[in-house]
Design a protein around this ligand. Structure first.
Ligand code: SF4
Length: 226
């Protein structure tokens, strides 16, 4: 077993420097903050998963955001994507509050876990295939430890592809919003458009669409309805 506990896995993730390009980029972003974040101490390390160790629903993004998770040190925290996602999780009963702003903001997840397939921030949000492969060890280990996970909500096509690779699906099934794909050990992939501003501002992903996906995920994971 790669790690015997979530705590051990977190320590291994946070100390990882396997991808030189991403180590450089996460530190470059910290040294060049956006004006709104000037003067803040960036996390500038890999961002571990976050949530309820008894989770039935696992929300998977592709990669850490340079000025979101890479700044705050928590997955889906401190940017517009986090605002959308966590508000929807709160409506679905998966989060105790509708905001995710910083690591000490009191956010707690109920029955859910959030993580990125690539745990460092890549330039232009695009990890290479080698970087995706290198970081897959952490997704594997996390899903091995989170034995209650029944549904993996894949936020965007690249997260779907990472989950399909984790599951060993050949040929890789095409991504689709709302698409469901059974994988081994009784788990299921559930596709969802990524809640990035690019998708939410254009209406590709609406609040009712995201609510429907989370409602479906909680039903499949047999979590109590909110
Ligand atoms: S992307 Fe993953 S494997 Fe690469 S340095 Fe970051 S944590 Fe390590």
């Amino acid at each position: 077993m790669f790690a015997r506990s979530l705590g051990e896995l977190e320590r291994r993730v946070v100390g990882c420097r396997l991808c030189p390009r991403l180590v450089a980029h996460r530190e470059h972003a910290a040294a060049h903050p956006r004006p709104a974040f000037a003067g803040q101490d960036y996390w500038a390390r890999p961002v571990p998963g976050f949530g309820d160790p008894g989770a039935g629903v696992y929300l998977l993004g592709l990669a850490t955001s340079a000025h979101g998770g890479n700044r705050t040190g928590r997955a889906f925290t401190g940017n517009a994507t986090a605002d959308w996602l966590v508000a929807a999780m709160h409506r679905a009963g998966l989060a105790n509050q509708p905001t995710s702003e910083h690591r000490d903001d009191g956010l707690r997840l109920h029955g859910a876990w959030m993580a990125s397939a690539v745990r460092c921030a890549p330039p232009h949000d695009r990890p290479t295939s080698d970087e995706r492969r290198a970081c897959a060890r952490y997704l594997d280990a996390e899903l091995e430890l989170l034995t209650g996970v029944r549904v993996i909500v894949c936020l965007g096509a690249l997260a779907w592809n990472a989950a399909a690779a984790w599951a060993g699906l050949r040929p890789r099934p095409p991504f689709g919003h709302g698409r469901e794909q059974s994988v081994s050990s009784g788990r299921l992939l559930l596709g969802c458009y990524h809640p990035s501003p690019q998708n939410t501002r254009t209406g590709l992903l609406t609040e009712p669409m995201l609510d429907d996906v989370l409602r479906r995920a909680t039903a499949l994971a047999a979590l109590p309805a909110s």
